[in-house]
Design a protein around this ligand. Structure first.
Ligand SMILES: Nc1ncnc2c1ncn2[C@@H]1O[C@H](COP(=O)(O)OP(=O)(O)O)[C@@H](O)[C@H]1O
Ligand SMILES: [Mg+2]
Length: 280
């Protein structure tokens, strides 16, 4: 990726370039002797190319995408198109086979492990289809978790009070002020997702990534989650992977994925489902 190409992205908060992800069809690991031989003189033996054996299943095929600062971007496409994989790579929850994800022009994979953890914790919020709350923590503790991770013990002593106040306020905003002491098992799916939304927004991330945030909820409950996400949106950038056409219809921009590629922009014309073919 050249400097000139980065410059043309202008106000892109995330730029994805040539992103490829292959999952191994079957994990075939080179035996120890082959690895050692490879280290010593670069030859592993008769079956030299273990990497080729692992090449496997292409799930993303050279995806390029710019996410503009402040926009709400919906990524739609049939199941198996690679939407979740792309979202996970944007959030650095997984590593690509090749290609780069740039955060304001900076390669996220070159931030170093401490820098990357801090970036994931403070700049990015995540909302998943199945909420991923900690079952042993109360709603309030779940919302507070990113704050606990972000601060050392000393800083927590100093700033914990303010964060607790913000967590309570967020729980109030998502309509769960009176449920803060309840554990996930005592909450409905829609309520758990509201807790997850509050948690994702605790540290006021610049980027919110949502993977099918309404995918596990009935229509009305899903609608209330969408209302909340839009009500709570400040200057953040939202990237949402979804099957839910109501969500896509609210987005500023829609990108369609098919078979590991970006197929086009905008909702597909009525009658076309986006060409739901077999999963790659
Ligand atoms: N860990 C994995 N190992 C192997 N294949 C995977 C893995 N995760 C996802 N896949 C495959 O990658 C493809 C895309 O998956 P995904 O990104 O979850 O699609 P989507 O979110 O669009 O439904 C699917 O064919 C899926 O089976
Ligand atoms: Mg998915």
């Amino acid at each position: 990726m050249t400097e000139a190409a980065i410059a043309t992205t202008g106000k892109a908060i995330i730029s994805v370039r040539g992103l490829t992800k292959n999952y191994p069809r079957q994990r075939v690991d080179a035996p120890g002797w082959a690895k050692l031989r490879n280290k010593l003189w670069g030859w592993t033996g008769r079956l030299d190319d273990w990497a080729t054996l692992n090449e496997g299943l292409p799930v993303l095929r050279a995806v390029d995408l710019d996410v503009r600062e402040g926009e709400t971007l919906a990524i739609v496409g049939p199941s198996g198109a690679g939407k979740s994989t792309l979202l996970h790579l944007i959030g650095a929850l997984d590593t690509p086979t090749s290609g780069t994800v740039l955060w304001r022009g900076q390669d996220v994979l070159r931030m170093g492990s401490v820098g990357l953890s801090r970036w994931r914790n403070q700049k990015v919020g995540y909302v998943f289809q199945f909420y991923h709350l900690f079952p042993d923590l109360t709603a309030l503790e779940n919302v507070l978790l990113p704050g606990m991770v972000a601060h050392s013990t000393a800083a927590w002593v100093a700033q914990g009070g303010a964060l607790k106040a913000r967590a309570r306020d967020l729980l109030k905003q998502v309509g769960l002020a009176d449920r803060s002491g309840h554990r996930p098992s005592q909450l409905s799916g829609g309520e758990q997702q509201r807790v997850a939304v509050a948690r994702a927004l605790l540290l006021e991330p610049e980027l919110l990534l949502c993977d099918e945030p309404t995918g596990n909820l009935d229509q009305r409950t899903g609608e209330t989650i969408l209302d909340l996400l839009w009500q709570l949106k400040g200057k953040q950038t939202y990237v949402m992977v979804t099957h839910d056409m109501r969500l896509a219809a609210r987005a500023d921009r829609v990108v369609r994925m098919l078979d590991g590629r970006i197929e086009g922009e905008g909702l597909a014309p009525a009658g076309e489902s986006g060409g739901a073919g077999p999963a790659p």
